[in-house]
Design a binder for this molecule. Structure first.
Ligand code: GUN
Length: 283
């Protein structure tokens, strides 16, 4: 039987191998290697883990990774100065400010300060605006990873009822645009949605990223749905998603595991975006 599990780990490994091959085609010395700068503000334990995962992935493919740790108390003006310094650093081709940031910092000011040519997260208004008009040169990492995974497993998007439970700038909003660009019929649900089940049970493709284990149960989905679980939760020492995986498994057409689904695809997309901005800047 065809596998129901959308294996993000396996596809991410393949993407890394392809990037390694691609990088061999560029003449490289230490000073010309692609460089990704990651700014980590504060001591958020999950952010530290994610930044470390990204650093290791960069090292595997030959991207120079520079991590800048800044204190939780940093003023916005100082963070903006750091970003401007990286904008002007010719050894840096991608800049990522790890989220979340402390609440005294205005996120939109940060997104707008990153040179759009180095904006590997695709949160600069210019790049985000390009998504809106269907120009997908740079795409935010998690939505990009989800689309790559669906396309790899040849899951049709055009004409499908896609329901996204998340309306963040990181995931829900850009993913809705990517789905619209592919002619899906898109609904976006969120914390204020009155009747979540009304939406989830009509989905052909259901994408959930809320941070609530067991949010999506068997009764809430239709037979043959494709589920993409973006949730990452720690329950009794184990990482689980937002979907009751075992409860829904025999009812779905396909589903991403947690871990091993969207997470590795997000990292692979970051590597792809960094190589993309690198090529744009050096050519
Ligand atoms: N925190 C969680 N996911 C992300 C992401 O994709 N980009 C950034 N910058 N921070 C994150």
């Amino acid at each position: 039987m065809e596998s129901k599990i959308l294996d993000g780990r396996k596809l991410a490994d393949r993407i890394e191998k392809d990037l390694i091959e691609e990088l061999k085609t560029f003449p490289q010395t230490d000073s010309t290697a692609p460089g990704l700068a990651t700014i980590l503000v504060g001591e958020n334990p999950a952010s530290k883990i994610y930044v470390n995962i990204k650093r290791k992935a960069c090292e595997r493919v030959g991207i120079h990774s520079k991590i800048i740790n800044l204190p939780e108390t940093i003023q916005e003006t100082d963070l903006l100065s750091k970003i401007r310094e990286l904008n002007n650093d010719s050894s840096i081709h991608g800049i990522l400010v790890q989220l979340p940031l402390p609440s005294h910092i205005n996120l939109n000011n940060i997104f707008s300060a990153i040179d759009p040519r180095k904006d590997v997260d695709c949160f600069h208004p210019q790049n985000f605006g390009n998504l809106l008009i269907g120009k997908e040169d740079l795409v935010p990492c998690t939505p990009k990873g989800i689309i790559t995974l669906l396309e790899h497993y040849q899951i049709p998007i055009s004409g499908q009822d896609v329901v996204i439970v998340n309306h963040s700038t990181l995931v829900g909003k850009p993913l809705a645009l990517l789905m619209l660009n592919r002619d899906a019929t898109v609904s976006v649900a969120h914390i204020k949605t009155r009747d979540l089940k009304k939406f989830t049970e009509m989905a052909d493709i259901l994408i959930v990223g809320v941070g609530k284990p067991q949010l999506i149960t068997r009764e809430m989905i239709k037979e043959g749905v494709v589920i993409i679980d973006v949730g990452i939760n720690r329950v009794a020492g184990k990482i689980v998603g937002d979907v009751d995986f075992n409860g829904v498994l025999d009812k779905v057409k396909a589903i991403t595991p947690v871990p091993g689904g969207v997470g590795p695809m997000t990292v692979a997309s970051l590597l792809q975006n960094t190589i993309y901005t690198y090529k744009q800047l050096i050519m």
